[in-house]
Design a protein around this ligand. Structure first.
Ligand code: CA
Length: 404
C-alpha cells in the first residue's frame, strides 16, 4: 500500500470517528434537551416554578462521567479490607480526635438535643466528607439532571433533581456553591437534596441550614438524621464476636434478628471475653450477625444503631467504616480477628507513598492524592507485571513492599 493510500485511509478513518462521535454527542444532547423539556411539568407539580426550572436547565449539557460513576461504587466493588484501610486509617483517627476537641461544645449540645454521641457524629462527618474537606465538585443540577434522563435509576434521581431545584428556589445556596458528589449528595454531611429538606437543621442559629460552610449545622444535621432513624443512645452499634465450632452460616445476615440472650445460647461470645449482654447491651436487645469477609474474618453482632448507620448509605462496608471509626475515636483498638488476606489494604499515607514511587519509576499518574484513579491503576498493573505479581491493578501491602 502506498503512503498516500495509507494516509488517506487513516484520514478517512479519523474523519469517520469524528463524525460518529459528533453524531452520538448530538443525539445525546438532543435527547437530553427533550428529556428536560418533558420533565418540566412534573417539576412544577413537585413545587419547582417555571422561572426556577428554566433558569437552571436552559442550555444545560449532560455530564456523562456521572453515568460511569453510577456503575462503579467502591463500597460495593472493593474488598471490605481495602475499603476500610483507606477510610479508617491513623490519619482519619487523628483528624477525628482533633475535630472532637475543636467542636467539643457543639458536640455536647448535639448529644443533649439528639441523644447521639460525639464519636458517632464525628465518624460520619469523617467518612462522608473527610471532616468537611472533600464535599465533591460536581455541579448538582447538572449531575442530577443527567441521572434523571440517562442511566438506570432515573425515577429516583428525578425526585432528587426536583428537590435540588426547590433548594435553589428557596435561596438556601448560591448556584455556583451548590456542588457535591456525582450522585447529588452535598455538604459536610453529604445529604441528598431530599434529605436536606427533611432533616437538615440550623444548629449554629444563624438562620440558615448551611451544610456546606457550617460544621455545627453539619454535625447537628447528622445527629438529627441518626435520631430520626431510631438511634439508641444507650446501646453500642455492635460488638466483635467469635462463633462456636460448627456454627451455621445460615444464621448470619443483617436482617436475621434474634434477642442477644438467644445468640448467647447459640454460643456467640465477645472476642474479648465477658458476658454478651453487658456494656449497654441487654439480654433482650434485637441483634444480628454480620461477617463482611465471611466467617474466616471478623464477625460482628450488630444492634439497632448499625441499621441506623446503614440508613445513611445502604452498604455494610460503609456502616462498618463509620462504626469502626467511632470506636477508634473512643480509643478502642483495631478488630481482634484479622481480615482473611495475606495482602492487606493501604492507608491513604501508604497510597500516597505508592503514588510517589510510581511517579519515580516514570509513570504519569497525575496528582499524588492518595486516591487511586484510573492512571494509578494502569501504572500499578505495569509494575505488577514487571515484579512478577498477579496483575490486578489493586494497591496492596505486597506491591508497596516490593516497590520500596
Ligand atoms: Ca446555620
Amino acid at each position: 500500500m502506498s503512503t498516500f493510500t495509507a494516509n488517506f485511509a487513516t484520514r478517512v478513518r479519523a474523519f469517520t470517528v469524528v463524525l460518529v462521535t459528533t453524531c452520538i454527542g448530538t443525539a445525546h444532547a438532543t435527547e437530553f434537551t427533550d428529556c428536560l423539556l418533558n420533565l418540566q411539568s412534573a417539576a412544577q407539580s413537585a413545587g419547582v416554578n417555571k422561572a426556577t426550572y428554566e433558569k437552571h436547565t436552559q442550555g444545560l449539557q449532560p455530564d456523562l462521567t456521572v453515568l460511569q460513576k453510577l456503575d462503579y461504587q467502591p463500597e460495593f466493588k472493593l474488598a471490605v479490607w481495602d475499603y476500610l484501610a483507606g477510610l479508617v486509617d491513623e490519619e482519619r483517627v487523628t483528624d477525628g480526635k482533633q475535630g472532637l476537641a475543636q467542636h467539643a461544645d457543639t458536640l455536647k449540645k448535639v448529644d443533649e438535643k439528639f441523644g447521639v454521641d460525639a464519636a458517632t457524629v464525628v465518624a460520619v462527618w469523617g467518612v462522608e466528607s473527610n471532616f468537611g474537606r472533600a464535599q465533591g465538585k460536581y455541579p448538582l443540577t447538572q449531575a442530577l439532571a443527567t441521572l434523571s434522563c440517562m442511566g438506570r435509576r432515573q425515577a429516583f434521581f428525578r425526585g432528587e433533581f426536583f428537590a435540588a431545584l426547590r433548594i435553589l428556589q428557596g435561596g438556601h445556596f448560591a448556584p455556583e456553591k451548590f456542588v457535591g458528589s456525582w450522585a447529588g449528595a452535598f455538604g459536610q454531611t453529604q445529604f441528598m437534596p431530599s434529605t436536606f429538606e427533611r432533616l437538615a437543621v440550623d444548629f449554629d442559629g444563624d438562620g440558615r441550614k448551611d451544610l456546606i460552610d457550617s460544621a455545627a449545622d453539619a454535625l447537628g444535621s447528622t445527629a438529627n438524621f441518626l435520631k430520626q432513624g431510631g438511634w439508641q443512645s444507650t446501646e453500642p452499634w455492635g460488638v466483635e464476636v467469635k462463633l462456636p465450632e460448627g456454627f451455621s452460616a445460615a444464621l448470619i445476615g443483617r436482617k436475621l434478628k434474634k434477642p442477644v440472650a438467644e445468640w448467647a445460647r447459640l454460643g456467640v461470645a465477645r472476642v474479648g471475653g465477658g458476658a454478651l449482654a453487658s456494656g449497654g447491651v441487654t439480654a433482650n436487645a434485637s441483634a444480628a450477625l454480620i461477617a463482611p469477609a465471611g466467617v474466616a474474618g471478623p464477625v460482628f453482632l450488630v444492634f439497632r444503631n448499625f441499621d441506623v448507620i446503614y440508613g445513611y448509605n445502604a452498604s455494610e462496608s460503609y456502616g462498618l467504616a463509620i462504626a469502626h471509626l467511632s470506636d477508634r475515636l473512643r480509643d478502642r483498638g483495631a478488630f481482634v480477628t484479622p481480615w482473611p488476606t495475606d495482602d492487606p489494604g493501604l492507608s491513604r499515607a501508604e497510597r500516597r507513598e505508592l503514588q510517589t514511587l510510581l511517579t519515580k519509576r516514570g509513570h504519569e499518574i497525575g496528582e499524588i492524592d492518595g486516591m487511586l484513579g484510573e492512571k494509578s491503576r494502569a501504572a500499578i498493573e505495569k509494575e505488577q507485571a514487571r515484579l512478577g505479581q498477579k496483575v490486578s491493578g489493586r494497591a496492596g501491602a505486597k506491591l508497596l513492599a516490593a516497590m520500596r
